[in-house]
Design a protein around this ligand. Structure first.
Ligand SMILES: [Zn+2]
Ligand SMILES: [Zn+2]
Length: 335
């Protein structure tokens, strides 16, 4: 009897709540996701791997558990699942992310959406990615608005829709996502879907920078340096470039590195230039890796060191610079 009542209550809830009727990864009645393999199930054990419902593998010691804490090392289940879900290892994370997404955990919805957007472990599927982001958006999760906005902005997976993108960025900014201000600023700077307005663009970049997005300082610096809606002023731009570099903008580190290496606009300071290139490289900037390779090859600011040069060019190649491959070949052939 109780069960029947429960089911009719649930049905009423589902009818009232269109949110649960669309897309994958929904917590439908009795549906669950295996924490070991990620398969979707309705029975008592996983149809794919046979694991009993709710069994989880401790991310600390590998023990299989059914209780709220690992019976070998004591790690709490919730902490273990979180570690696993955001470990950066898709194979480990995927089963747990599916389960957490079904429970409506916003970070998990966004992480799983990225798998569908990029086709990691699942076939690339823009519709499911958007549906997952939308569920997190409906829960008022700012980063989901940012990611959805980027999807509409780039138009790689869904037809480009800059109006919708702008709406998403504005919601994300209202919800405190600093990076969203960069997009809003750039829309005002370029005149996308709004009238070009450099003053508002600068305001947006300033807000984003103050809220912790270093690329906003970079773009603001560029506004000053190129005289967007004002007189050009490298003197105003330089401290902003420095601020962007300190905050971790790889573009700013790379650009300032170039200025200090070459003495363009600033007094040449190869030591500082190389340090900035190294920071940019650590942040994944492939152009700085190329520049470091060149510096070690030619002895620009450092003792020439062929092995170090090859190593930097190799890192650049791994980061996607195909032009580094030919240089490595030449260097290894002894040219
Ligand atoms: Zn399974
Ligand atoms: Zn354990």
């Amino acid at each position: 009897m109780i069960r029947k009542q429960w089911i009719s209550l649930l049905l009423a809830f589902l009818l009232l709540c269109p949110l649960f009727s669309a897309g994958a990864e929904n917590a439908d009645a009795g549906q669950w996701f295996c924490l070991v393999c990620g398969a979707e199930n309705t029975g008592d054990s996983c149809r794919s791997c046979g694991t009993l419902r709710d069994v989880w593998i401790c991310s600390g010691c590998g023990t299989r558990n059914l209780s709220a804490a690992c019976h070998t090392c004591g790690l709490e289940q919730q902490e273990s699942l979180r570690k696993q879900a955001f470990s950066g290892d898709p194979l480990k994370a995927y089963p747990v992310l599916r389960s957490m997404a079904a429970e409506g955990v916003n970070e998990a919805l966004c992480a799983l959406a990225e798998y569908y957007a990029k086709g990691i472990l699942v076939p690339q599927d823009a519709e499911t990615a958007a549906a997952l982001y939308n569920r997190a958006c409906d829960a008022g999760y700012g980063p989901a608005f940012l990611q959805l906005g980027k999807m509409y902005d780039s138009g790689e997976l869904v037809p480009q829709d800059l109006f919708r993108a702008m709406e998403c960025f504005q919601r994300a900014a209202e919800l405190g996502v600093a990076e969203a201000y960069w997009y809003i600023g750039s829309y005002y700077e370029e005149g996308f879907v709004v009238n070009r307005d450099y003053r508002t663009a600068r305001e947006m970049y300033t807000k984003g920078g103050e809220n912790g997005d270093p690329d906003c300082w970079m773009s603001l610096a560029y506004c000053y340096a190129s005289g967007k809606g004002m007189e050009r002023s490298f003197g105003e731009a330089l401290p902003l470039y420095e601020k962007a570099a300190e905050g971790g903008s790889s573009l700013a580190c790379d650009y300032l590195g170039y200025l200090y290496m070459t003495g363009d606009m600033v007094p040449a300071d190869p030591e500082k230039g190389l340090a900035l290139y190294r920071k940019a490289a650590e942040l994944g900037n492939a152009r700085s890796m190329m520049a470091l390779g060149y510096a070690y090859l030619t002895g620009q600011g450092v003792e020439p060191d062929r092995a170090a040069a090859v190593s930097w060019y190799e890192q650049a190649a791994v980061a996607g610079r195909t032009d580094a491959v030919a240089i490595i070949r030449r260097l290894k052939a002894g040219d």
